[in-house]
Design a binder for this molecule. Sequence first.
Ligand code: S3P
Length: 170
Amino acid sequence: MKIFLIGMMSCGKSSIGKELSKSIEFPFLDIDEMLIHSTGISIKEIFQKRGEEYFRHIESESLKKIQGHGVISCGGGIVLAKENRNHLKNNGHTIYLESSLSILEKRLSNDNYNNRPLIDYKNIKKSLETIYEKRKSLFFECANDTINTDNKSLSEICKTIIKNIKIEKV
Ligand code: S3P
């Protein structure tokens, strides 16, 4: 069973994914990390040197390559491609980690490395609003479950996830 975590940038997909994978003893995979590993450069550099289209291509290829059971943290833009949305719907249990934009904005303003190429760090609020507007319905389209993470601890979120789904190690 693959548990895919989707949601906006900085909603906690990686930290929740790591905690969840420990609790249920599943391997943890982060698609952005797979891309960093396979290209040998950072996500920001992939965007700068090869462009977003190339990034989206290798992101889809990596999603399709994942084998076996695991908790998979997906990049925020995974839902943009129909092909990926179908993959999420047909190959596992997809959880949308919903967060309010003000919380995401606060987190991103503490992101000292300005690591997310699609965010204009001079106007984080506007960037998030524009991105969310385009993706909101796509997150809901793919999700088997939606969990609002605002003001919840990692362990509370993981407990809710575990309660909601029947975990199968296949
Ligand atoms: C992106 C989100 C990032 C990363 C890339 C593009 C997006 O991942 O894949 O910068 O389009 O929302 P996180 O959601 O883990 O930040």
